[in-house]
Every structure is written in C-alpha cells, then in structure tokens.
Design a protein around this ligand. Structure first.
Ligand SMILES: [Zn+2]
Length: 289
C-alpha cells in the first residue's frame, strides 16, 4: 500500500469511528430526553390527580355542609322556635367538661362566651371548638372597674381574649357579649354613657354582640337546679329566637343538673337548639348607660 492510500484508509477508519461515537452520543442524549419527558409527564399527572382529588374532597365537604344547612333550615321552619343556649364566664375545670358531655350526649350545639383561661384550661376551649360549638368572647377580665373605665379598655378587653382564643384554636371569634350585658348600669359608676358608645364601636370593629331574652339567673337568685330549670322553661316562647343566659363558671352544679331536663323540655315541645353563627340575627338589649 502506498503512503497516500494508507493515509486515506486511516482517515476513513477514524471518520467511521467518529460517526459511530457521535451516533451513540446522540442516542444516549435522545434516551435521556425521552426519560426526562416521561418522568415529568408522570409527575404532572400525579400532581393533577392529587389536585383533582383535593378539589373533589372540597366540593364534597361543601356539598355536605350545604345539605346539612338546608336540613337545619327545614327543621327550623317546622319548629315552634329556636333555643340558643349560651354559657358565660367559663371555662372552668369543674363545670365546663360536664356541660360539654351533656351537649355531646344530647347532640346539641351551644355557644360559650369565654373569659381569659389558664394553659391548663385551654383544653376545654379546644374541645368546645372540636365539638362544633361556637366560641364567643366575653372578656379577658370580668372586672367592671377595669372593663368600663373607657371605651378603648372595653374594646381591648374583647381583643385580648380574641387573641388568646386564636392562639388556642386558630379561630378568630367575632361574636361578643358585654360584661353584664349591653344593658348593664354598673358601668355608669366608672364611665357615664360608655355603653352607648361601646355598642357602636364593637360593630365598627367588626364584632357582633348578643344579649339574651331568657335569664336562668344562675349567677343571681337561682339557688337550685329546679330554680334554673323553671327560670329557663318559663321563658321559652314560640316563634322567636330564645337566647338563654347560663354560666359555666366553677361549681355551678345547679346548671349542670338542670341542663338535661331543659334540653329534653325543648325537644319534647317542638323546639330546635342552635349555636349562634354569623347568620343568627343579633339579639340585643336597650342600652341604659
Ligand atoms: Zn359574665
């Protein structure tokens, strides 16, 4: 073989080798691209599926809630009236768990207007929320001279307990009950005309407030469970929202004892029990200060 021919032959051999290597590299790259696309398609399909599942779950929950609400509305229309049980001044380790047990047993939802609580008692607030009751705000303190020294102090008293409830449950409560109710005259001693202004301010601050039209008097003259029962039952009236004032402060055993019979009376006489919600029309007293 001449030198020229040998060079040509070698060039051709090298060129063939380069082409082969190039083809292999291209195949590897194509395979890599193919697998990456395949993987991403699989991943996005999985994400899509998960999103669809979540949407479906939310739709089912929404639908269930809507159905539940419609069922409740029908029950309310058929009922003689609605009873809203409200418990102020809790939580307490002695009375609150007993009340929660009774409500659970009777499958009744109620409203708790709570005061500042210890870390130890936070579990009752959590339980109230978990059982589907409404947590309302009564105040960080129940001390009239502090709460009613100024409108700012009064609003602050709600905001502070609102914050504590939020820290415990993650829920921002917006339903409030004034210490002593909006018709209290004790506040006059500390600030003339405060309730006239405070009742407006709470609304401007985005709260809704509730008084009551049935007083169990369990923080006053009622001494026995029979007193509590009679005060409540004699106040229940047809074709209206009956908002019952009761207390779950410590040692209020008479209310615990009266509660099952009060619920039975309501149910046997064609009433339904409800918790206060954003849809519940505010029930308020005439301001006297
Ligand atoms: Zn109170």
């Amino acid at each position: 073989m001449s030198l020229n021919k040998l060079i040509k032959y070698n060039n051709k051999r090298y060129r063939n080798r380069y082409i082969l290597i190039a083809i292999i590299v291209i195949i590897i790259i194509l395979l890599m691209v193919f697998f990456i696309i395949l993987k991403n398609t699989k991943k996005s399909k999985a994400v899509e599926q998960k999103e669809t599942d979540n949407e479906n779950m939310m739709l089912t929950a929404e639908l269930k809630e809507k159905e539940e609400r419609e069922k409740e509305k029908k029950e309310e229309e058929m009922a003689k009236g609605i009873i809203y049980l409200t418990f102020d001044d809790g939580p307490s380790s002695t009375v609150t768990p007993q009340i929660l047990d009774i409500l659970k047993q009777k499958n009744i939802k109620a409203t708790f207007f709570v005061l500042h609580y210890t870390d130890e008692n936070a579990k009752y607030i959590k339980e109230e929320k978990e059982q589907g009751h409404t947590i309302g705000l009564h105040g960080y303190t129940h001390n009239y001279s502090e709460v009613y020294q100024s409108v700012d102090a009064c609003i602050d008293n709600f905001k502070k307990i609102q914050q504590q409830v939020k820290e415990t449950t993650g829920y921002t409560a917006n339903t409030v009950r004034f210490i002593g109710g909006s018709s209290n005259t004790v506040s006059k001693k500390y600030c003339e005309g405060i309730m006239t202004e405070a009742t407006q301010r709470v609304l401007n601050e985005g709260f809704r407030y509730f008084d009551w039209n049935i007083d169990s008097d369990d923080s006053g003259k009622a001494k026995t469970s029979a007193d509590v029962y009679n005060n409540v039952v004699s106040g229940i009236k047809e074709n209206r929202n009956n908002v019952v004032l009761m207390h779950d402060f410590a040692n209020n055993e008479k209310t615990v004892e009266a509660l099952p019979s009060i619920i039975d009376y309501g149910l046997e006489n064609g009433y339904v029990f409800r918790k206060i919600t954003d849809d519940t029309p505010m029930l308020i007293h005439t301001v006297k200060n």
